[in-house]
Write a new protein. Structure first.
Length: 357
């Protein structure tokens, strides 16, 4: 079933599509001094084009409520046509080819409406790129923040075929996992999967079980093959759901951009890198030499006037420099020699407004 957790821009869009015909109806009734309940008398004052336009708006609103692709296309088309019409009328009024008012409304008001509609459409297309209207499967909107996080899991499809994977990214509503070539026939759009995922809870590994559905197949970020986007349906238990949400809340703490030299050890050898970003729970380091995932390494952050020392676990590596980051590694902090300087650094970055998520 398609998600009905509508993003706020979509809610406003649906409301606008419904309100325009309603407001127009009352304006026509008021103009002709008719009672609002005289429906058939009022619509006689509509032209055939006005009737078709209102029916189109209401149909688009219903289609968007039920997450239909044609409705989203119609909505964008109607929005751009409306904006273009307003701009043309404003130009004509400024050049004196038509009067500066339209039905008693100053064209400066239409300019405001046009600009607002255009900006809203640009925002809608940019912010809600993951809308489900162009998806083969009813995946719903992606409302939760998603980040690169490698978590091992085991999946089983409806035929009992099994596979293992490590997530490329994950959120509270879904994840992306690479699919080896030999397993591509087992993981297809629409396929239901049972996932068993191992997460770190207070230093111990806890398995949680989630049922989900494959909603898309795309190119993998890490591998040379494909990756499957999975939308979570439900957790095996309420406890699993709480553990999982707390786990992600810990992983997705506010992150700040920071550029400081880094020193770290792999075994007995010393290596250098550059801090890219950090949070209260972890950091990303740009570096050439990558430790193995799961290893605990000592880190030194060389900030002016002092060195911040900590130990961190390598939770993922980025050897190919994807996700708009250079080659490097993602680290989860295990302990500090002294946490006070580190949190002072976070406070300083917060004050400088270096927040990136």
């Amino acid at each position: 079933m398609k998600s009905k957790h509508f993003p706020i821009p979509v809610i406003f869009s649906i409301m606008a599509l419904v309100l325009i015909p309603i407001v127009g109806y009352f304006l026509v009734a008021n103009t002709h001094y008719l009672k609002f309940w005289n429906f058939f008398t009022i619509i006689q004052f509509y032209s055939i084009y006005q009737l078709l336009f209102n029916i189109l708006l209401l149909s688009t609103a219903v289609g968007m409520i039920f997450v239909q692709r044609w409705a989203f296309i119609l909505f964008l088309l109607e929005g751009f046509l409306f904006s273009a019409y307003c701009v043309i009328m404003i130009v004509l009024s400024l050049t004196g080819l038509i009067s500066k008012q339209f039905n008693g409304i100053d064209y400066s008001i239409l300019a405001l409406i046009s600009g607002t509609a255009s900006l809203f459409l640009i925002y809608l297309v940019r912010r809600e790129l993951s809308m489900p209207y162009f998806s083969i499967i009813g995946r719903g909107w992606r409302l939760a923040k998603r980040d690169s996080l490698q978590i091992p899991l085991v999946w089983i499809n409806s035929l009992g075929q099994m596979g293992k994977a490590i997530t490329e990214n994950i959120s509270v509503t879904g994840c992306l996992i690479p699919i080896p070539i030999e397993e591509e026939a087992f993981v297809l759009p629409g396929e239901s999967l049972k996932l068993t995922m191992d997460i770190d809870v207070v230093g111990s590994i806890q398995p949680i079980e989630i049922s989900g559905q494959v909603v898309r197949i795309r190119e993998s970020n890490f591998e040379t093959g494909l990756a499957a986007g999975i939308m979570f349906d439900e957790f095996l238990s309420k406890k699993d759901k709480i553990l999982f949400r707390n786990f992600l809340s810990h992983k997705y703490a506010p992150r700040y951009s920071a550029k400081y030299p880094i020193q770290y050890n792999i075994g007995e050898s010393r290596h250098r890198g550059q801090l890219y970003n950090l949070s209260r729970t972890g950091l990303y380091v740009e570096c050439i030499d990558l430790p193995t995932i799961g290893s605990v390494i000592p880190i030194q952050i060389l900030v002016p006037a002092r060195t911040i020392r900590l130990k961190a676990t390598v939770v993922w590596t980025n050897p190919s420099g994807r996700f708009d980051k250079k080659r490097g590694m993602g680290l989860e902090i295990k302990s500090w020699d002294n946490p006070f300087p580190y949190f002072l650094l976070l406070l300083y970055l917060f004050w400088k407004d270096e927040t990136i998520r």
